[in-house]
Design a protein around this ligand. Structure first.
Ligand code: ATP
Ligand code: MG
Length: 176
């Protein structure tokens, strides 16, 4: 294979995965099929223990890793990525943390703009059942005691139970 063709089918997707849900799994399944290797970046890795970002990077890593194993997805790397408050060098920061990639899947306007300016191929990723499959909706249901388990993979629910994620979210929401 010529070196210019190397990594042409290697791709990147970034999310906060607070928590990882069925929409994330569906899109990653699709991207994994279209890629040789796929990097899943855990964004805002430094954040945890807030109502909107309850889980640590390590907990999110476990959720994703166990789900990939259950789903027979074997070509994905998981890389935690901390925020940088300097967008002009954010792409270099991501590249420095990630295995090689040429294609970026994102619907986020800023992410798309930054990678396009840096010369990457940027593709839309399809949204699945977005009214239910969203991190915000999963966290809302956890807080109000509604059915959150049906929105996430079994392995993610197991991690949340293991770390008493519901107790954590409800405890955090008590502060005013
Ligand atoms: P939050 O509501 O906390 O922002 P989220 O569901 O938007 O959570 P993020 O952790 O922000 O998920 O991850 C964003 C990435 O996941 C984006 O690339 C987005 O396109 C993708 N994504 C989110 N929900 C879905 C879905 N239902 N189907 C496909 N992709 C999704
Ligand atoms: Mg989001």
């Amino acid at each position: 294979m010529q070196s210019s063709q190397r990594h042409e089918r290697d791709s990147l997707i970034i999310g906060r995965f607070q928590p990882f849900h069925n929409g994330h799994l569906e899109v990653i399944r699709k991207i994994s099929e279209a890629s040789d290797n796929l990097t899943i970046g855990i964004g805002s890795a430094q954040n945890s223990h807030t109502v909107n970002n309850p889980f640590t990077a390590g907990e999110r890593y476990r959720m994703i890793s166990n789900t990939l194993k259950d789903s027979d997805i074997s070509n994905a790397y998981i890389v935690p990525m901390e925020d940088l408050n300097r967008y002009s060098i954010w792409v270099s920061h991501v590249v420095s943390m990630s295995p090689p990639f040429k294609v970026v899947y994102s619907n986020n306007t800023l992410t798309r703009r930054l990678f396009i300016e840096a010369g990457y191929e940027v593709k839309d990723s399809p949204l699945y059942n977005r009214s239910e499959y969203s991190g915000t909706e999963v966290r809302r249901r956890m807080l109000f005691g509604e059915d959150w388990r049906s929105l996430i993979p079994r392995a993610v629910a197991d991690v949340i139970e293991d770390i008493d994620g519901i107790g954590r979210i409800r405890g955090l929401s008590d502060d005013v």
